[in-house]
Design a protein around this ligand. Structure first.
Ligand SMILES: [Zn+2]
Length: 408
């Protein structure tokens, strides 16, 4: 049996979400635990209750909506994502997974379908990390990655504590309401990359999340006057850093699958007529194969030292943050693939970036992740766009995948 969602209800719910925290240019500014987040949560909670779901809130503000199955004490089939956004972010990142989840519950009600396993839809707190850094806090905390003390004492730029912000918006629930026994977790999300669009495929079947290493680089030169020092005597840290960035970027031509990004750089003293004496930057290094990634990191460190020598500066590197690939559950991958096939959608196996609730959930329960197209791969931006047809396809795949997982 292939089920499909109620498209107009789903898109109507999307329009409601898109109006709460709306920005001038069609985006969303709905930082976690802000008044906009509260407003969205209130609307969403009401929708859940009207759908006859039992809503509970845990001590991190995570919202769970439960629909009982035939087997009362069986582990729950869980699914969801997040309703918070970046600063001037998009309307789809995270929101899709939650609203598609709501539609799954609604359509099962409409069709009076009773599943074997209970279902739970989750809205995780602070996936984005835009207001309280680090990201992926709600799912990280309930899966044992962060302590309560650590989370509660996180502060935003204004010095507001996480716990106080949670209390302020009225979403500090009980510890006993946390994630319980689960059979599995499935997240539907926009791709936030251009691959599905470039390959012209409907559904991305995410095999795993790519590993990542962040390498901090500090280049030490010598600060001097732009008018005085002769060119050949200079120890220009910024010029050396420029050579380094080009060099490591070129390495992606040698090593297939390697992705290198330098997105953050600090220059000292950053003054027009002063030769830069110190530069620090961070290299984001990714590869779907952990062994190749780790080899690449070593090679990058060697090359940086070589470029430093050629430029008369010194260079220190240290690994700031690293983790290996997170593979997803094969049985769930199969069910996502079967559902896409039954719906006659084209599909593609791919790998995701690291930032999703599915990442920490996979340490707790068998997990799967479904992607739909993002136009031009743009995300964390007001221009983020996934077309209605693709939102609907994603929701249909989620619906049928959940049905399969919730049936004995
Ligand atoms: Zn997201």
């Amino acid at each position: 049996m292939v089920l499909t969602i109620n498209e107009s209800r789903f898109l109507k719910n999307f329009a409601i979400s898109s109006s709460i925290g709306a920005t001038k240019h069609n985006g969303l500014h709905r930082l976690t635990l802000s008044k906009e987040d509260k407003q969205m949560r209130d609307v969403y909670k009401k929708q859940l209750q009207e759908a006859g779901l039992k809503v509970r809130i845990d001590d991190y503000g995570n919202m769970y909506a439960r629909r009982e199955g035939r087997q009362k004490n069986a582990p729950a089939v869980t699914f969801g994502s997040h309703l918070d956004t970046q600063f001037n972010g998009g309307r789809f990142d995270g929101v899709l997974g939650v609203l598609a989840g709501l539609e799954v519950m609604e359509i099962l009600n409409d069709k009076q379908i009773e599943t074997d396993f209970p279902l739970e839809l989750i809205n995780f707190t602070n996936e984005e990390g835009a207001r309280f850094n680090p990201p992926i806090i709600g799912s990280g905390a309930v899966t044992g990655q962060f302590s309560k003390d650590y989370v509660y004492n996180l502060q935003d730029e204004e010095g507001v504590r996480f716990e106080d912000a949670l209390t302020d918006i009225g979403y500090k629930g009980k510890e006993e309401n946390r994630l319980g026994e689960t059979k599995c977790f499935v997240e539907l999300h926009i791709e936030q990359g251009p691959i599905l669009e470039n390959e012209n495929k409907d559904i991305g079947i995410v095999q795993g999340l790519q590993g990542l290493t962040r390498l901090n680089v500090v280049v030490n030169g010598f600060t001097n006057h732009a008018g005085g020092a002769r060119m050949k005597d200079r120890k220009d840290a910024l010029l050396a850093a420029a050579h380094m960035i080009v060099t490591v970027n070129k390495m992606t031509e040698e090593i297939e699958g390697l992705r290198i990004t330098v997105g953050k750089i600090n220059n000292y003293p950053n003054s027009i007529n002063v030769i830069p004496g110190k530069v620090s930057f961070v290299i984001d290094i990714r590869h779907p194969n952990d062994e190749m990634k780790n080899k690449s990191v070593k090679l990058i460190q060697e090359r940086l030292q070589k470029v430093a020598g050629e430029n008369n500066v010194t260079c220190e590197t240290n690994v700031d943050w690293a983790y290996d690939m997170v593979p997803f559950d094969q049985e769930i991958i199969e069910k996502i693939s079967d559902s896409s096939k039954e719906l006659n959608y084209s599909m593609l196996d791919l790998y995701g970036g690291p930032g999703h609730d599915a990442k920490y959930m996979s340490t707790y329960t068998p997990t799967g992740l479904i992607f739909v197209k993002s136009i031009d791969g743009i995300s964390h931006n007001e221009n983020e766009l996934t077309e209605d047809g693709d939102l609907i396809k994603g929701a249909n795949v989620l619906l049928n995948t959940i049905l399969k997982l919730a049936t004995n």
